[in-house]
Design a protein around this ligand. Structure first.
Ligand SMILES: NC(=O)c1ccc[n+]([C@@H]2O[C@H](COP(=O)([O-])OP(=O)(O)OC[C@H]3O[C@@H](n4cnc5c(N)ncnc54)[C@H](O)[C@@H]3O)[C@@H](O)[C@H]2O)c1
Length: 271
């Protein structure tokens, strides 16, 4: 099924590696013109080049999504290059499962330092708000748009030892549903996908995407809070998230808004 996004302009945050990179590659392969954002300019440019070499249209733009002025400048630069933004994908965030500290990011709330709360909330929650604020006026003006945020199953069901991250991702979910009600009249769809632990090139230092419990004795420790056998019994791949994301922002999903789709192999089965 062709996705009907040929020529659409899509801005994807945190797309210099991992899930966002794959979303960018898939949308570009479907004919969208993509803006690859990342905090690190070299990463953004490298993915944009990669897409260009594959025959797609992409530019890389550096910006810190936690800074509203940088986000506004990025959105203006994107519009200047490709025209009004049709698709906003809020992907930049902390991949909670694979910090490289000795506890792999898991920490009781009582033990977590206050500066970490702010860091996690700024990136995972305010980053999304900033990007929505920057692109919404243009979408309202042209009476159409798609906003999709990549959250985590942690935000849907709550994960022990990831309390602040869970709260930040849950915040995006509530925000997205409320925003969907506000902007539906302008034909702007707002949705989320909730992914589970996803391994990719950026997690190699701590988790090889190909790792199994046989090849990586540390895997059970790393995944001690992640009951991998609940559903399909494997970690997520960027392609899993990208396929779902591409559908939700495509011309094939015009009547879906205010929803959260789990893409986690059955990690959670909430309705
Ligand atoms: N990988 C997982 O296991 C997993 C699980 C659940 C949810 N998620 C969510 O999926 C999304 C993507 O995860 P990932 O594993 O691809 O992440 P990643 O860390 O591998 O890649 C994220 C990219 O965002 C960039 N970035 C960081 N801070 C930024 C900022 N302030 N402004 C702009 N860019 C910034 C990083 O440089 C990086 O290239 C995140 O929102 C994450 O919370 C990931």
């Amino acid at each position: 099924m062709e996705l009907a996004i040929q020529g659409k302009v899509a801005l994807i945050t945190g797309a210099g590696q991992g899930v966002g990179r794959e979303i960018g590659r898939v949308l570009a392969a479907e004919g969208a013109r993509v803006i690859i954002n990342d905090l690190f300019e070299a990463r953004a440019r490298s993915v944009a080049d990669e897409i260009g070499e594959a025959g797609g249209q992409a530019i890389g733009l550096q910006a810190d999504v936690t800074d509203i002025e940088q986000v506004r400048a990025m959105a203006a630069a994107a519009v200047g290059r490709f025209g009004p933004i049709d698709i906003m994908i809020n992907n930049a965030g902390v991949p909670a499962a694979f910090y490289d500290d000795e506890n792999f990011g898991y920490q009781t709330f009582a033990d977590s330092p206050i500066d970490k709360w702010k860091q996690v909330t700024d990136l995972n929650f305010y980053g999304c708000l900033n990007c929505c604020a920057a692109v919404l006026p243009g979408m309202i003006e042209k009476r159409g748009g798609r906003i999709l945020s990549i959250i985590s199953e942690a935000g849907r069901i709550g994960e022990a030892y990831l309390a602040v991250y869970s709260g930040a991702k849950a915040g995006i979910l509530g925000f997205s549903k409320a925003l969907a009600r506000e902007v539906g009249r302008y034909c702007i769809n707002v949705n989320c996908i909730a992914i589970g632990a996803t391994a990719h090139e950026g997690t190699k230092a701590t988790l090889d995407p190909e790792a199994t419990v046989e090849t990586d004795p540390m895997l059970p420790k790393r995944l001690k809070h992640y009951p991998i056998g609940r559903g399909l019994g494997r970690l997520g791949r960027p392609s899993d998230a990208a396929a779902a994301a591409a559908f939700l922002v495509s011309g094939r999903a015009p009547f879906i808004t205010g929803q959260c789709l789990s893409v986690s192999g059955g990690f959670s089965m909430v309705s």
